[in-house]
Design a protein around this ligand. Structure first.
Ligand code: ADP
Ligand code: MG
Length: 574
């Protein structure tokens, strides 16, 4: 692996995915992916404790989901922006903390590869991530010792990676990104090197994993497994089987596998037709955001020049068929859908570092949702109804954007106004996302004019800042948003940062050993009879070799066992 110097500041690009995460850097040859300690560019977004009590990240952790479910976790990106804690062993982890362990590992991979410290990153987030989720991502980076140069929307990153290939062309892109947990649609325009986002829409609760869940439920029915007496381990095994079959169905019309249940081998099979039948409602949910993005951009389907698919789940035939049907042409996927977001994040990092190769490229982005606040509307004389939403910055406004409005108290002697900030598209605040409350003090001494100008500013990362200026004093104050559901206070952050620093992380150079053991254990659980006995012997042999502490021997054993496991080819993928 060649090490190369970056020009200017070293800023890395990170795709922090629900399922897999990747890191890339912008160098003289454009954006390149950086391999992890196992030599792979995709690091599964999984974290857990190893047998020695040290933290494992990536593939070894993912492979232990099956054998050590109480010590291992994945898919925590779904909890970003909430207080949901995942308990590993005896300790509870916030989603920011789990993400930070992943980021720390990616950062170490980048530092090893580039040969110098890395302290700054561009991190991609789903376009539909709200303010709280974006702030949680920035906190995760802080926990990992990384300064966020910018958060870039994932589809924007994807279009940047594609746009760079052919930057003279004028084109309108539609990017469809179906990842593990989220669905995003964006429309972007590129003309003479300027990339502009025209619209974005999505569904924060729709992803490839939902297809896996639907299939797991179907397999459970086939195998007569009652959900209530299915253990956590059994459930995890069934999901991993479903995932394996789902992947097979992207290649062929029928998928089959053996499944061990109560010590007995059973053959299961599923046709693509059946799969599409049980996931029909999920497919239907993809249409709405696509249509909304197109109408928000004031375009028709025919106006789109390029249809790009991103995210592992767009490999499913049914998804490709849906897109082909909607647009009457095949989607493009010349850049690997698994790599494209990280490559685009690295392009954004190159732009931020003012890389000479990107002189003629400019990037603008839009805010993906409307920000406003709660108001009461008059229903008649002295009758007011609360709970209505007043938009301040509307969705698809180019960022950075700044808008202001005057607010005034309803009562005579009011000393402050409580402004409740919401984000969303519904006219009723109860259907939107509450971002937090702003307490705007009113000047006591000035009776005549108690109006306050409230200004919202969306920065380029999609993060909200609020300022308040009383008309009487004209003194602008930066306001702190309080009581934000799901977000951490500064004191929380400092406390958790200390705890995190004390955690023992599995040494990078031993990760390959941990990964082989995790693979062997998973293969052991999934097999029966002679096969199982043979894997048991391999585990014992490998542990004996590890005790010799002979690097050469250990490496040889790893290679050998890796080859044997590859031959079995029946591994679990999550
Ligand atoms: P994220 O961005 O959320 O990390 P990815 O883009 O890595 O997600 O996509 C992960 C999802 O794609 C998972 O649900 C995975 O099962 C699914 N996936 C990956 N490869 C395939 C395939 N060949 N066929 C069907 N689904 C796939
Ligand atoms: Mg993704």
């Amino acid at each position: 692996m060649g090490q190369r110097e970056m020009s200017g500041k070293a800023i890395i690009g990170i795709d922090l995915g629900t399922t897999n995460s990747l890191v890339a850097a912008f160098g003289p040859d454009g954006p390149t992916l950086i391999p992890n300690a196992l030599g792979e560019v995709m690091t599964p977004s999984a974290v857990g404790y190893g047998d020695d009590g040290a933290i494992l990240v990536g593939r070894p952790a993912r492979d232990r989901l099956l054998t050590h479910p109480e010590l291992t976790t994945a898919r925590f990106k779904r909890y970003m922006g909430t207080h949901h804690e995942v308990v590993l062993g005896k300790k509870g982890f916030r989603p920011e903390e789990l993400s930070s362990l992943l980021l720390r590992s990616l950062r170490a991979d980048a530092e090893t590869h580039l040969g110098h410290p890395v302290e700054e990153a561009v991190i991609s987030v789903p376009a539909y991530f709200n303010d709280v989720q974006r702030k949680a991502t920035i906190t995760a980076a802080e926990f990992a010792g990384l300064k966020v140069n910018r958060l870039v929307n994932e589809p924007t990153a994807a279009a940047l990676a594609y746009g760079l290939q052919d930057r003279e062309a004028e084109s309108t892109f539609l990017v469809v990104d179906l990842g593990g947990g989220t669905f995003d649609v964006s429309i972007l325009e590129m003309f003479s090197g300027v990339m502009e986002v025209r619209a974005s829409a999505g569904d924060a609760f729709l992803g490839g994993e939902d297809f896996t869940d639907a299939l797991a439920a179907e397999l459970g029915r086939q195998l007569d497994l009652q959900p209530k007496d299915t253990s956590r381990e059994e459930g995890a095994r069934l999901r991993s089987l479903a995932n394996r079959l789902k992947h097979q169905l992207s290649e062929k019309a029928e998928a089959t596998a053996d499944y061990v249940i109560k010590g007995e081998g059973r053959a299961v099979s599923i046709t693509r037709e059946k799969f599409e039948e049980i996931t029909d409602d999920l497919l239907k949910r993809m249409r709405m955001p696509i249509q909304r993005a197109i109408s928000d951009a004031s375009l028709r389907a025919d106006d789109l020049h390029r249809i790009i698919t991103v995210g592992g789940a767009t490999r499913m035939q049914a998804v490709r068929n849906l897109i082909t049907r909607l647009f009457k042409r095949f989607p493009e996927h010349s850049i690997d859908p698994d790599h494209v977001v990280a490559l685009g994040a690295a392009v954004q990092a190159g732009l931020a570092a003012r890389h000479a190769a990107l002189d003629d490229v400019v990037m603008t982005d839009v805010c993906p949702f409307t920000l406003g606040y709660e108001v009461s509307v008059p229903l008649g004389p002295n009758r007011w109804e609360a709970g209505h939403f007043a938009p301040l910055i509307e969705r698809n406004t180019v960022v950075p954007a700044s808008r202001a409005n005057d607010i005034s108290p309803v009562e005579q002697n009011q000393r402050e106004i409580n402004l409740v900030i919401y984000q969303g598209e519904s006219p009723f605040v109860r259907e939107n996302v509450r971002i937090g409350t702003l307490r705007v003090p009113l000047p006591a001494d000035i009776k005549a004019d108690k109006t306050v100008e409230v200004r919202y500013t969306y920065d380029t990362s999609g993060i909200l800042e609020v300022e308040a200026t009383p008309a009487a004093t004209k003194k602008t104050q930066r306001m702190v948003i309080e009581g934000t559901p799901g977000s951490m206070t500064r004191a929380d952050i400092d406390k958790r940062l200390k705890e995190l620093t004390a955690l023992k992380i599995h040494p990078r150079d031993e990760q390959e050993n941990a990964a082989i053991i995790a693979r062997l254990r998973a293969a052991y659980e999934n097999s029966l009879g002679d096969h199982r006995q043979y894997i048991g012997q391999l585990i014992a042999q490998f542990e004996a070799v590890l005790h010799t502490h002979d690097k050469r021997n250990i490496q040889d054993a790893r290679t050998q066992i890796g080859e044997i496991l590859n031959q079995f080819g029946n591994e679990d993928v999550f």
